[in-house]
Design a binder for this molecule. Structure first.
Ligand code: IMP
Ligand code: MG
Length: 178
């Protein structure tokens, strides 16, 4: 795996610091709320596992899965729900947990879908944000870090289902997907 990485963008330690900070922000903002963390599989699973333990107030969790990029590096714009939530959303303050916000198509679709289900509030928490790439307007409340326009892998993020288990985040060599 390592030979496919051009350079390391965030080390394990740098990611841990970001996740801790975001966890503290959510802890502070949701003290008197009814927090439900919704993780979008599979990319956000590593972030979710660390983030939920950086939050020190009661939190429930649930998962949903959307269709992904397939083997390309760009989203098709067609979002399909592969696995829906188990918990009815009425009365919850949702934080939607994502690995990365790119064109915004996935999250704008999910926000609209979830908002129609009687929840109390909803905000986006993304570990990484590529604002330059945005095609539809989506504004995350909690962001680990903004990043430049490069294809990254590791810490849950994949290319063609590979590299999710790297403990750091690296930029993939373009030769791998070109
Ligand atoms: P969007 O709908 O274009 O915002 O795409 C969001 C999804 O695309 C993320 O949940 C990722 O699965 C995937 N994605 C976008 N950029 C990257 C990247 O740099 N590495 C890995 N996956 C990415
Ligand atoms: Mg994803």
């Amino acid at each position: 795996m390592l030979q496919d990485i051009d350079r390391v963008l965030f080390t394990e330690r740098q990611i841990a610091v970001m996740v801790e900070r975001v966890g503290q922000e959510i802890t502070r903002d949701y003290r008197d709320k009814n927090l439900l963390l919704v993780s979008v599989l599979k990319g956000s699973v590593v972030f979710m596992a660390d983030l939920m333990r950086a939050i020190t107030i009661p939190a429930r969790i649930d998962f949903m899965a959307t269709s992904s990029y397939g083997s390309g590096t760009k989203t098709s714009g067609v979002v399909k729900i592969v696995k829906d939530l188990d918990i009815p959303l009425e009365g919850y303050d949702i934080v939607l947990v994502e690995d990365i916000l790119d064109s915004g198509k996935t999250l704008s679709y999910l926000m609209e879908l979830l908002q129609s289900r009687g929840l109390r509030s909803i905000r986006i928490c993304t570990l990484f944000d590529k604002p330059e790439r945005r095609e539809v307007e989506v504004t995350p409340t909690y962001v680990g870090s903004q990043i430049p326009d490069a294809f990254i892998v590791g810490y849950g993020l994949d290319y063609d289902e590979k590299y999710r288990n790297l403990p750091f985040v690296g930029i993939l060599r373009p030769e791998v997907y070109e």
